[in-house]
Design a binder for this molecule. Structure first.
Ligand SMILES: Cc1cc2nc3c(=O)[nH]c(=O)nc-3n(C[C@H](O)[C@H](O)[C@H](O)COP(=O)(O)OP(=O)(O)OC[C@H]3O[C@@H](n4cnc5c(N)ncnc54)[C@H](O)[C@@H]3O)c2cc1C
Ligand SMILES: NC(=O)c1ccc[n+]([C@@H]2O[C@H](COP(=O)([O-])OP(=O)(O)OC[C@H]3O[C@@H](n4cnc5c(N)ncnc54)[C@H](O)[C@@H]3O)[C@@H](O)[C@H]2O)c1
Length: 424
């Protein structure tokens, strides 16, 4: 297969004996893992992995943790070493944006008008940060965190001596960045619209643990904050003006107010889109030759009997294996229990399960949350929906099993550290 593109005959099309490749749009963790899974499943045809970033596929979790803290070297963030793509005969097209998809013609059109034909297409286009919709938000010093270059810019800002950092949003980005900035010695104010950090995901009981953690580390946490304007001088941000009339002075503002799945291509291609690209349990979209995985996929999940979209690393790591096998015509279903993790200061945690905002009726703690060494369980009708282990390790297997089984458990036994989780 040639690697050039043409505006008249699409690459990979029509030539005698030339099979159309599998094309993956999104040279991300998800995209790279899909290419790997295709080879592992024995597929020997062409694979074209296209990404608009200039870096080869890398993982994002270190960008708000080890890499931002200067502990994880840059070469450790990549999914594969550079030579892997050549060795696996994966054509990697970086700095290349796909402008549109034509499902009828089975082609993708690049921003430079080149076209590539596909046999099957996988969308791993991920998500994009929501922009702050207030005056002054386009000034210098207003920073978002999605790409490695963003992490470099935030690192430079938080390491400046005497830096004052305002963080808007106390979600995962906001809290992890706040922790890294405090660790670097910056003064940090976090401005969150809700009453507690991570409230939608964790609920009041456990969200409080994160509020206490950050306050103890000297973060000025302000809840119910309504940001009205980012003020500045000479095009550079100098602070955040709130609806209560106060202004928080800042040398840099980090915005982490959530993401939106990047469905632009899917929409224009006429695929079913509803909070992401809708797929079935095989990660197949409304077009039988187009698949989606990772942040962008709103996939039917057999365990929960509904569509869910998961914005976390493990999902982008594992869904591509199912998508790859399904693209090869194998019977593969994605039914893993969602999982994610965070590290903030000396708190490390893993979360296993899935709870709709407000979708639980009870939280049971095994251990005292004040010690920051505990497991929290979210229950509905006596069944465990999710468990989160904080500074307690090697328990995700039994927690996953409790969630998957859907069996009712005795809350007293659940709270009792003497009862092994595997015996519940
Ligand atoms: C700073 C940070 C820290 C995180 N930490 C954690 C963590 O600790 N734990 C956890 O579970 N999760 C974490 N996450 C979430 C996790 O990184 C994401 O869920 C994961 O990156 C999703 O991967 P993906 O492959 O679906 O897409 P993405 O990583 O979003 O990548 C999509 C890629 O597709 C490209 N693209 C989009 N459209 C086009 C197009 N038209 N043409 C070409 N290329 C295109 C994008 O530029 C991007 O490179 C973190 C995320 C961030 C940003
Ligand atoms: N450890 C992890 O799993 C991890 C770490 C970093 C990022 N991520 C992923 O990255 C993505 C982005 O993270 P995020 O933190 O931006 O999103 P998020 O959805 O986790 O949190 C956004 C927060 O911003 C608040 N908010 C929204 N609008 C606001 C406003 N105008 N003013 C003040 N607060 C406002 C929300 O109430 C919420 O608390 C998510 O998909 C997340 O899962 C995950």
């Amino acid at each position: 297969m040639s690697t050039g593109t043409s505006t008249d005959t699409p690459e990979g099309a029509d030539g005698p004996g030339e099979e159309r490749p599998i094309v993956i749009v999104g040279a991300s963790l998800g995209g790279a893992k899909a290419a790997e899974a295709l080879r592992e499943a024995g597929y020997r045809g062409g694979i074209v992995l296209i990404g608009d970033e200039h870096e080869r596929p890398y993982e994002r979790p270190p960008l708000s943790k080890g890499y931002l803290l200067g502990k994880t070297p840059r070469e450790k963030i990549y999914v594969h070493p550079p030579q892997w793509y050549g060795e696996q005969n994966v054509t990697l097209r970086l700095g290349t944006a796909v402008a549109s998809v034509d499902p009828a013609a089975h082609t993708v059109t690049l921003a430079d008008n080149g076209r590539i034909a596909y046999a099957k297409l996988l969308l791993t286009t991920g998500s994009v940060p929501r922009r702050l919709p207030v005056p002054g938000a386009d000034q210098e010093g207003v920073l978002y965190l999605r790409r490695v270059g963003d992490s470099d810019r935030i690192k430079a800002a938080v390491e400046r001596p005497g830096a004052r950092i305002a963080v808007i949003g106390a979600g995962w980005i906001g809290l992890e960045t706040a922790a890294a900035a405090r660790t670097a010695g910056a003064e940090v104010t976090v401005l969150e619209a809700a009453e507690l950090p991570l409230l939608r995901v964790l609920g009041r009981e456990v969200a409080q643990v994160f509020a206490d953690l950050h306050r103890e580390h000297g973060v000025d946490l302000r809840f119910g904050a309504k940001v009205e304007e980012l003020v500045g001088e000479g095009g550079r941000v100098t602070g955040v003006r709130l609806a209560d009339g106060t202004t928080v002075a800042a040398d840099a503002v980090v915005v982490g107010i959530g993401i939106a799945p990047d469905t632009a291509l899917a929409r224009t291609a006429g695929l079913d889109v509803e909070d992401g690209v809708r797929t079935d349990e095989h990660l197949c979209t409304s077009d039988p030759d187009v698949f989606a995985a990772g942040d962008v996929a709103n996939a039917f999940h057999p365990l929960f009997d509904r569509h869910i979209r998961v914005e976390h690393w493990a999902n982008a790591l594992n869904q591509p294996q199912t998508a790859a096998r399904a693209m090869l015509g194998q019977d593969a279903v994605y039914d893993r229990v969602p999982y994610f993790f965070t590290d903030q200061y000396d708190l490390g945690m893993e979360y296993t399960g899935y709870v709709e905002p407000g979708g639980y009726d009870r939280v049971v703690f095994r251990g005292d949350p004040a010690t920051r060494e505990f497991i929290a369980f979210w229950l509905a009708d006596g069944r465990v929906l999710a468990g989160m282990n904080v500074n307690v390790w090697d328990v995700t297997d039994p927690i996953r099993e409790l969630v998957r089984s859907g069996r009712a458990v005795d809350p007293d036994a659940l709270a009792d550290p003497a009862v092994p989780l595997s015996e519940l």
